[in-house]
Design a protein around this ligand. Structure first.
Ligand SMILES: Nc1ncnc2c1ncn2[C@@H]1O[C@H](COP(=O)(O)OP(=O)(O)OP(=O)(O)O)[C@@H](O)[C@H]1O
Length: 442
């Protein structure tokens, strides 16, 4: 019995919905195949039929037909459905699909280009000091292979920047680089994040399951950040995947082959951890095929100003400003120890930019701990200078700062410093302090 039929098909059958619904299908379509389909429970997809009779009202005499059964919960056939498409209609849909597919491919390519822009090579990784150039060379060489890389070094030294540059300089660049921070994900979730799970693997598992980072990074790169924080149990599972080159989703016993390049990073001393039994020896050697030890910023001071100018330029571009860095601030930057490395420098520039009230970032715009260290210096930063030399430099800086903040009025600067005006003249001559305008100081 027909329970539903659409108007277009009724038109073709020269009937109406009211007339057809409730009647036996054979009365409406004498040569129907639906009864056979329902009786024998099978389906037919894309069957091509031709209209035998000549009909002026039918433009296209060829159709594509899909027929299938509807089952109840006990898998018993309770109905049948047929979908009839005229060939021209199908061609139209196919054309539309092809067009949409071409558009999709275009956007995919644009997205890829956008994502890889700025990461195409090590050229965009800033730092021209001799030491850092050597380090970049190691990165470039690492990119030519698919060996595992272990990036070590203090926080903020650019481990993730290097991992990204290695991926985008390698022949895996067209495939994804997937990152996971092993310290940020609770131990009990790490396994499902890395390997994924099947539908119904555990209570709360998503319908349809979930792909793990390994599968998502297939043919690309998996960046395991903070690997030193990975629990021992998980380390064993990771090692198995690296050895077997296949992953088993939680709740599945069917391993899936994966081809993934591993780049791991840590600020911890993995070698020491390994000696203390906190990190698996076998995993350590598997990850540490190529080791790149990042250089703290204080050990490549030549790069500080290049990086500072770069971060400031980015802000100037974003906010359409022309703020510059004063000479004293540059000196302070060069002498500071930068425990948070490049990230700290980036943050200091941002906060100083926000604090800056005119066109030049001054010492007063910097965090006070930096300025006091700058003023008082430190033994570590003395570079073998004699005490008298360091005191002279300190005095020169103080006087220059006082002069700048008092717009080169010697009387006011002397008052601020609590010295006599004649004393400040003597010091200006001694230290050969020359007046500079804020703009000229840049
Ligand atoms: N050579 C560089 N050129 C440009 N920016 C850099 C460079 N090195 C680091 N940075 C910037 O410094 C910040 C910190 O870098 P990154 O996250 O790579 O450091 P990390 O060593 O991975 O830090 P952590 O160990 O804390 O995760 C980022 O904003 C990054 O863009």
């Amino acid at each position: 019995m027909i329970t539903d039929i659409n108007d277009q098909y009724c038109k073709y059958l020269k009937t109406t919905k009211e007339e057809a619904v409730g009647r036996c299908i054979k009365e409406i379509i004498p040569n129907t195949k639906m009864l056979d389909i329902i009786k024998n429970a099978y389906k037919e997809e894309g069957a091509i039929l031709r209209l035998q009779e000549q009909r002026d009202d039918v433009e296209d005499a060829t159709f594509l037909v899909n027929r299938s059964c509807v089952y109840d919960d006990n898998k018993k056939v309770i109905a049948g459905v047929a979908q009839v498409k005229f060939r021209l209609q199908t061609l139209d849909s196919a054309k539309k699909l092809i067009q949409e597919y071409a558009e999709f491919e275009f956007y995919k390519e644009e997205y890829r280009k956008k994502n890889t822009a700025g990461y195409c090579s090590f050229d965009t990784v800033l730092g021209e000091s001799q030491k850092f150039r050597e380090l970049k060379k190691r990165g470039i060489k690492a990119a030519r292979t698919s060996f595992s890389v272990l990036l070590t070094g203090e926080t903020g030294t650019g481990k993730e920047v290097f991992a990204t540059a290695i991926h985008y300089s390698s022949d895996r660049r067209e495939k994804p680089m997937v990152s996971i921070n092993c310290a940020a994900i609770p131990a009990e979730l790490l396994e499902s994040e890395l390997f994924g799970y099947e539908e119904g693997a555990f209570t709360g598992a998503k319908k349809g399951g979930k792909k793990g980072k390994f599968e998502l990074a297939n043919k690309g790169t998996l960046f395991l950040d903070e690997i030193g924080d990975m629990p021992l149990g998980m380390q064993a599972k990771l090692l198995r995947v690296l050895q077997e080159r296949e992953v088993e989703k939680i709740g599945s016993y069917k391993p899936v082959p994966v081809d993934v390049r591993i780049i791991a990073a840590t600020r911890k001393n993995l070698y020491e951890m390994m000696q203390n039994g906190e990190f698996r020896e076998d995993l350590y050697y598997r990850l540490n095929v190529i080791n790149i030890e990042m250089i703290p910023l204080r050990e490549r001071r030549e790069d500080i100003l290049e990086l500072a100018n770069h971060f400031l330029k980015r802000l100037n571009n974003d906010y359409k400003t022309t703020i510059a860095i004063s000479k004293e601030v540059k000196e302070c930057f060069k002498n500071y120890s930068w425990p948070g490395n490049v990230r700290e420098l980036d943050n200091v520039i941002k906060s100083a930019y926000a604090a800056c009230e005119n066109f030049t970032i001054q010492l007063s715009d910097l965090p006070s701990k930096m300025v006091s260290r700058h003023r008082f210096g430190s033994f570590e930063e003395s570079d073998g200078k004699k005490l008298s030399q360091m005191m002279d430099e300190y005095e020169k800086n103080l006087i220059t700062e006082a002069l700048v903040s008092n717009e080169w009025n010697c009387q006011s600067a002397a008052e601020e410093l609590g010295i006599h005006r004649s004393a400040i003249y003597k010091k200006i001559t001694k230290y050969e302090i020359k007046q500079f305008s804020r703009k000229a100081s840049e």
